[in-house]
Design a protein. Structure first.
Length: 309
């Protein structure tokens, strides 16, 4: 009887230890943005957020950042999630990649530019560690309301939330640009309780058409006022000094997509021109790997995230 009981307890203990270990390893794989922002703010650098436009890209980004010992944020838009097949697929694949590739850096799995509550909820339920609710096209009050709803849900799951105010252009020009208002930014951040804030300070998504009009004074003032980490969307195409100035003014997360897409597609186009008979998709996709990694290494250096782990 004694041995039977003892065996039962030993068995139960083994299960508990095993479960706890898996849980711990699991938790360590993907982290909440706040942990990375705290350190970056103290040490004066920014954390890069690279958009994942194909799952091969996730590997390129993880390997390049791991080599650089740079923390990283994998930014995935809802349309990319659909392209990959769903939120759970994304989370599983990224976790497996981190494990199998032996990635040792902290990684944030971030939903970029979600427009509604359900997309954020699905991402959080599946295991994303950070979400951006972008209700910047709504009225100020509706933006506050929706953002607050996402923050309430995310907080229960230890997921960080980013939100945006103002209207960034997505075609690189300023015809309909709306800069964030200073007082409204303060109001927005204090009423929503977001963890990080993406202001419109002259930054645009995609290539800048002509000179970019970044208002560093506004950026610095917003930083002083809101006192939470700021996010620079549309960092592609900005010269090195402007990126550094933005970080000096309070930017803690730098979003880069177009620079990667451009580097990759130029190289793939050249590969196809030089290899007219190429038809193996692996060779075609991988022909842009080095170019993407080159851009990532250069960006990590400029924004100061290299050798931080
Ligand atoms: P770019 O494509 O201009 O780099 O912007 C990326 C971005 O802000 C993703 O949210």
């Amino acid at each position: 009887m004694y041995t039977l009981e003892c065996k039962f307890w030993c068995f139960s203990l083994t299960i508990i230890i095993k479960y706890t270990k898996i849980k711990l390893e699991d938790d360590n794989m993907l982290v909440n943005s706040n942990r990375l922002f705290d350190t970056a703010l103290k040490e004066g650098y920014a954390v890069p957020a690279y958009n994942v436009n194909s799952l091969e890209w996730a590997r390129f980004i993880l390997e390049a950042c791991n080599e650089d010992k740079s923390p990283t944020i994998l930014a995935i838009t809802p349309s990319s999630v659909s392209y990959f097949g769903g939120y759970k697929i994304v989370v599983s694949v990224i976790k497996m990649m981190i494990e199998e590739l032996g990635i040792k850096i902290p990684v944030v799995l971030h939903l970029d530019h979600a427009k509604d509550f359900m997309s954020c909820k699905k991402a959080i339920d599946a295991g994303f560690t950070s979400v951006m609710i972008d209700a910047s096209e709504m009225s100020f009050e509706d933006n506050v309301e929706l953002t607050r709803q996402v923050v309430n849900y995310a907080k229960k799951h230890d997921v960080s939330v980013e939100a945006e105010l103002g209207s960034l252009s997505s075609d690189g020009n300023y015809s309909s640009y709306v800069y964030s208002d200073l007082e409204q930014s303060y109001d927005f951040v204090s009423r929503t309780g977001v963890d990080s804030f993406a202001p419109a300070i002259g930054n645009v998504h995609g290539f800048y058409k002509g000179d970019e009009k970044i208002d560093f004074e506004l950026l610095g003032a917003i930083c002083k006022m809101v006192k939470i980490p700021l996010v620079l969307h549309g960092a592609s195409g900005l010269d090195d000094n402007k990126l550094k100035t933005a970080i000096f003014c309070g930017v803690t997360k730098v979003n880069i997509n177009t620079d990667l897409m451009y580097a990759w597609s130029c190289k793939v186009r050249r590969f196809l021109e030089e290899n007219k008979n190429a038809y193996d998709p692996r060779k075609i996709i991988l022909s842009g790997e080095k170019e993407i990694k080159k851009v990532i290494h250069a960006k990590n250096m400029i924004i100061g995230s290299k050798n931080r782990i």
